[in-house]
Design a protein around this ligand. Structure first.
Ligand code: FO1
Length: 313
């Protein structure tokens, strides 16, 4: 079993690649829930839905979020009624939020709901929220402390980020299926997807059970760099790194994860960093990391799995 930690578009794309090359019983994707929030009375889980829609092949490849072939009757009507429209919910997408919210209010756990929704989308591989408990990313900025989606969508990541906090992380437990996996000995390796390390992966690693398991692990961890040729492939990682006073380079990502990562998959455009990273004791695979098609995502997944395999020997 390979455990992939994912959030956002980079995570969803690599999860799709891993699902293409691993059998269903060989992959669990544990997804960030720090971006989740309540909006218009609904519970929205953007990263879970991005992974779910991508694995189901119904995602919108242009936006990276939401569904393909979406219609917007609900949003248009809401706008006419004077409702809040800064966070856009398509008609098909809306059905997922309504159903998930209803089930949560009936007492079901987020992980159980996710498993059932994924089955209904004919997804064979396991997708689990990192936690069933409340965990919310708060962004401390020059414009004050902002809830994640307020910062990310409403304010388009424009405020200068000073630090990030994961409200509830200290008491959050691993979700039921993830806890069961961590308690057994099925996991043979971990892949950190090329998701934003500060906004998407950090909330997952902030869950004490997961952090403790990783620090005591007996299996290798491989990470795929989300930085290519001095820029983030997608999203605000580059801007955030500059605001944190870090160079927007692979080596800053390597330093950020430190001893938590054993081996690195970096892009061929960053090949010059390979010797230094290897010199620090981390084997490196240099490949094309841009997942511009499902085929390329599968090739990248294969490279990450090969590196994991070599670390196991
Ligand atoms: N991102 C946007 O930039 N604008 C939106 O209106 C928006 C709506 C939205 C609706 C459902 C959903 O699951 C995701 C949505 N996202 C939107 C993406 C999302 O907020 C972020 O990309 C993630 O939280 C970051 O990983």
């Amino acid at each position: 079993m390979i455990l992939a930690l994912a959030g956002g578009v980079g995570g969803a794309r690599l999860a799709q690649g891993l699902a293409a090359v691993l059998a269903p019983q060989q992959l669990t994707v544990a997804v960030n829930v720090g971006d989740d929030f309540e909006h218009l009375g609904l519970y929205i889980a953007p990263d879970l839905d991005t992974v779910m829609y991508t694995l189901a092949g119904v995602h919108n490849p242009q936006t990276g979020w939401g569904r393909a072939d979406e219609t917007w009757q609900f949003m248009d009507t809401l706008a006419r009624l004077g409702g809040e429209t800064w966070f856009r919910l398509g008609d098909r997408d809306l059905a997922v939020h309504v159903e998930r919210t209803h089930r949560l209010r009936s007492g079901a756990a987020l992980s159980a709901i996710t498993t059932d929704l994924c089955t209904r989308f004919a997804i064979a591989h396991a997708v689990v929220p990192a936690t069933d408990d409340r965990l919310r990313t708060l962004v401390h900025t020059d414009a004050g402390t902002l809830a994640f989606q307020d910062y990310f969508v409403r304010q388009r990541c424009e405020p200068v980020l000073r630090s990030v906090e994961f409200d509830g992380a200290n008491t959050a437990r691993a979700s039921a299926p993830l806890a069961a996996l961590l308690a057994g000995d099925a996991i043979e390796g971990v892949v950190l997807c090329p998701s934003n390390p500060w906004l998407s992966i950090a909330p997952v690693l902030a869950i004490p059970a997961l952090a403790q398991w990783l620090d005591a692990r007996r299996v290798p961890v491989v990470a795929v760099s989300p930085i290519v040729a001095g820029a983030a492939v997608k999203g605000p990682a580059g801007k955030i790194m500059r605001e944190l006073g870090l160079p927007v380079e692979v080596e800053a990502i390597v330093a950020h994860y430190g001893a938590r990562v054993d081996g690195w998959v970096i892009d061929q455009r960053d090949a010059r960093y390979a010797a230094t990273i290897e010199g620090d004791g981390h084997p490196v695979a240099v490949v094309d990391t841009l997942m511009s098609s499902p085929h390329r995502a599968a090739a990248l997944a294969q490279a990450a799995l090969q590196l994991l395999q070599s670390l196991r020997r």
